[in-house]
Each structure stands twice: as structure tokens, then as C-alpha cells.
Design a protein around this ligand. Structure first.
Ligand code: TRP
Length: 477
């Protein structure tokens, strides 16, 4: 089928999926969004959506990739034909490609910051520095669009090189060492935080909640983050599923990925907030959070320059293994659809994302305020792009859930899932109802005008909508 080879080793998909899932989403985005949204309530919504919505959709997404054995867009086309459903479902692939562009554009800029800090660590520039100095250094980085563009360019070019040469599969073996190493250093930072910071205040902040504290947009951000951190809803996992061996268990793999991913985010969060409370820093300082707190620990601990240098190299590795999973699906599509060579396809994708990334670069300096984005959406271009991805990923996930649960021929789905009937039915309940209901609930909640009517609206919408949609979009039963 379409020349896709299958990873020979069963565990390779798991490794690749962990490589995609674990990245800046865990280390940078999770702590900063949690801090901005007041802690526990955000984590509660995030964790609930991971387990009730994320895992079932993860299973659905790998399943779609594995049955079609093609890139997401072509794979969706193939499935709509073989299962005789509406071609409208192909939009899942397109929506995913759009999301990948948007995510990659800012992802690379933030990874560029990690590059900057790798340099600062290894040169020992921050040894002994205090919080004020470190914060000032970060502010100076943000004030320099030139420097940020340079790092952004380096990072995206390097990711492109790996995917363009087709050596990303070889990279996965490196992850076998890097992932545990990253986890080990996070534990070291956490121990440092326990001794020198305020782990009690951090735990209190992260694990006690008042759900009323969560703003309307906080709900959307928490759900968006659960999709973001698992790389869900845009075809990345589908693209990797295309290489997955037919014997591997979809369910066990999904649970393992979610578990590892959540563990890393939690340890990172606990370590970072121990330092935040210990040093009396602001929890809601935004995207810079990780970059001003962790260097503080490395500045002070023995061999901090070395430990910090290795840490930021590992962060870069985790970011690269994620960014290649953003490039791969779109590149594979361009290759399959337009007969391009791999390097051509990757170049087109990456140059476009690079250019869009410049919007994120300027959002932190020359365009920090007073732009059209501020006038129309009350936020910077970067924040607007993040908002879009927070909508696109759950939307893509919602459609994947509906497609897998309703539109596909269910006997085939059951065969592909290869589990017993009880779990199959449970999973199907989750993707047919629970996932779509949860995503719709959060979407509705985010619109202030409907706040009081969410539950009744949702009930009506769900009963009418899901049935009508599924029957209409499904030509043959
Ligand atoms: N999950 C990655 C992280 O947490 C980011 C990522 C990689 C991603 N590929 C994706 C997010 C696809 C959404 C979709 O850093």
C-alpha cells in the first residue's frame, strides 16, 4: 500500500509518539498556562480532558493512520472511499495541515529561546546570577527581534533538515536515551526546588482548586493544552500510526503515551512552581515562566552550568522530535499528492511556517501592542495564533472522534482495534458521545452569551446534531 513501510520493532511507534508528545508543551506551555490560569482548576480540566477525551481520540487517530497507511490527507480520502462515507470528512486532513503550520510557526520561535539558554548555560554566563539579572536577561532577549529570528531560523532549518533527509526515524533511537535523561534532570531540579524553594506552596497551587476561578477562556486553554500536549487532533499521530505494526495494542500505547506525557508535565510544573514561590516570582508572568525560573536553579546549584546546559540540550531534543512530527504529515501529503521530492515538500512547508513565525517574533517586541490583532481580538498575533490552535485541535479531534465512531464501518473498526467487545463498546461510547460532548461543552462555555444555557443547549445539540450528522455523512449503513 502506497509504499509505506512499517516500523519493524513494536516499540518504535511508542517511542516516536512519546517523542512527538513530549516537548515544549510539557515544559514550557503547561506551566505557563497553569500559572496564568490560577493553578488547580486549570489542571483539573486539563487532566479530565486527557483521560476522558484525549486517550480515546488518540486511539482513534492512530487507528485511522494504521488502517489507511498513508499521510493524513490522502489517508482520509482513502478511508472515505473504502468506507463509502462523505468526502467532507477529508476536511479533517486539511484542518490538521492548517493547525500544523500555525503550531510550527510559534513552536520554532520558543524552541529558539531554548537555544539561547543552552548557549548561556554552556558559556557559564548565568552562574551565580540572581532573579533580577535573569529576568532582565530574558526581557533583553524578547526585545531583540533579530536575535529571536536568528534562533528561530536555526531551529526550523535543523528540523527541516532531519525530515527532508528522511532520517527522522533514526532519531527515534536517540530518544531512548534522551527522554529518560530529561526526566532525570527534571527530578534533579525538583529536588533542588524541594530543598531551596517552596514545594508546599507549589503543590497547594497546583492541586487545590476552585473551579469558579477558571475564566471562560481558561476552559478553552485547558482543553486545547490537553490536545496540544498529546499532539492530537491534527494528523501527527495519524501520520505516525501509518507506520505502526498491526500487532501493537492501540489502547495500551495510548495510555502509555498519556501517562509519560502527563508525568513529565507534572514534574516540570512542580519543579518550576517550587522555584517560583521560593523566589517570590509571579505565577502569571506568561510565556517566559520556564526561561526565568529554571536558569535560577541552575545559576545556584553545584555544576549548574553543566547541568543546565545538558538540560536545555535535552529540551531542544524534545522540541525537535515534536517539531518533526508537525512537519512530517504535511510533507508526506505534498509528496504523495503532488509528486514532489521530500526535500521540496519540506522546504515549502517550512518556509511558510518560518515566515508566519515572524509574527510571533514581533509579538514580543515591535508589535507587542497597537496592532490590528489587538484592535480586533484584544491580543497579540502570537496570542491570536495560539487561540486559533486551541480551537483547531479540539475541532479536529472532535471530527476524528465522530468519523471513527459513526462514519466508519464499525465491524472494520472493531477488527482494527483488535480488542474484546466490552472495551470496543466502551471506547465507542467515549468517541461517539463523551468526547464530542466534552469538546462542545467547552466550546459553548467559552461564548459568554450562552453561559447559563450551556447544559440544555448542549443536550439538544448533541442529540439532534450527532445523529443527524452521522446519518447524513454516512452514505451506507
Ligand atoms: N505535543 C508537542 C508538545 O507538547 C507539540 C506537538 C507536536 C503537537 N506535534 C503536534 C501539538 C501535533 C499538536 C499537534 O510539545
Amino acid at each position: 500500500m502506497s509504499g509505506h513501510n512499517v516500523w519493524t520493532h513494536k516499540g518504535t511507534f511508542l517511542l516516536a509518539a512519546v517523542g512527538s508528545a513530549v516537548g515544549l508543551g510539557n515544559l514550557w506551555r503547561f506551566p505557563y498556562l497553569t500559572g496564568e490560569n490560577g493553578g488547580g482548576a486549570f489542571i483539573l480540566i486539563y487532566a479530565l480532558t486527557i483521560f476522558a477525551v484525549g486517550i480515546p481520540i488518540f486511539i482513534a487517530e492512530t487507528m485511522l493512520g494504521r488502517t489507511s497507511r498513508q499521510s493524513p490527507i490522502m489517508g482520509m480520502r482513502h478511508l472515505t472511499k473504502t468506507h463509502k462515507t462523505s468526502r467532507a470528512w477529508e476536511s479533517i486532513g486539511w484542518l490538521g495541515a492548517a493547525a500544523a503550520f500555525l503550531i510550527l510557526s510559534f513552536y520554532s520561535v520558543i524552541a529558539g529561546w531554548a537555544l539561547h539558554y543552552t548557549w548561556l548555560m554552556l558559556t557559564g554566563s548565568l552562574v551565580g546570577a540572581d532573579a533580577t539579572t535573569i529576568s532582565a536577561g530574558f526581557v533583553a532577549l524578547l526585545a531583540s527581534p533579530g536575535l529571536m529570528t536568528l534562533y528561530h531560523t536555526l531551529f526550523i532549518a535543523f528540523s527541516a533538515l532531519i525530515v527532508g533527509l528522511g532520517i527522522h526515524k533514526g532519531i527515534e533511537s536517540g530518544l531512548r536515551i534522551m527522554m529518560p535523561a530529561l526526566f532525570a534532570i527534571l527530578i534533579v531540579v525538583l529536588i533542588y526546588g524541594v530543598i531551596n524553594g517552596d514545594v508546599g506552596a507549589a503543590a497547594n497551587f497546583l492541586f487545590t482548586f476552585n473551579i469558579a476561578d477558571l475564566s471562560l477562556e481558561g476552559w478553552l486553554q485547558a482543553m486545547g493544552q490537553s490536545f496540544f500536549t498529546l499532539s492530537l487532533g491534527m494528523g501527527a499521530i495519524m501520520a505516525y500510526g501509518a507506520y505502526m505494526s498491526s500487532e501493537a495494542s492501540l489502547t495500551r500505547t495510548a495510555i502509555a503515551v498519556a501517562f509519560v506525557d502527563t508525568a513529565i508535565a507534572m514534574v516540570a510544573g512542580l519543579a518550576i512552581f517550587s522555584l517560583v514561590f521560593g523566589a517570590g516570582l509571579e505565577t502569571d508572568q506568561g510565556p517566559g515562566l520556564m526561561f526565568v525560573t529554571l536558569p535560577l536553579a541552575f545559576a545556584d546549584m553545584p555544576f549548574g552550568a553543566l547541568v543546565g546546559g545538558v538540560f536545555f540540550i535535552l529540551v531542544l531534543g524534545a522540541a525537535i522530535s515534536s517539531s518533526i512530527s508537525l512537519i512530517e504529515p504535511v510533507a508526506a501529503f505534498l509528496v504523495e499528492r503532488f509528486d514532489m521530492t521530500r526535500p521540496q515538500a519540506v522546504t515549502i512547508m517550512v518556509v511558510a511556517a518560518w515566515a508566519m513565525g515572524l509574527l510571533t517574533v514581533v509579538s514580543f517586541n515591535v508589535w507587542a501592542e497597537g496592532t490590528i490583532f489587538h484592535a480586533l481580538f484584544e491580543r497579540s498575533a502570537f496570542e491570536f495564533i495560539e487561540l486559533l490552535t486551541n480551537i483547531f485541535m479540539p475541532l479536529g479531534g472532535l471530527m476524528i472522534a465522530l468519523f471513527a465512531g459513526w462514519a466508519l464501518t464499525q465491524s472494520e473498526v472493531m477488527k482494527e482495534l483488535g480488542t474484546n467487545i466490552t472495551w470496543f463498546k466502551t471506547w465507542r461510547l467515549l468517541v461517539r458521545f463523551v468526547g464530542p460532548a466534552a469538546v462542545s461543552f467547552v466550546f459553548l462555555r467559552t461564548i459568554p452569551q450562552v453561559e447559563g444555557y450551556v447544559v440544555p443547549t448542549l443536550g439538544a445539540l448533541l442529540i439532534v446534531g450527532v445523529f443527524a450528522l452521522s446519518q447524513r455523512l454516512r452514505k451506507s449503513a
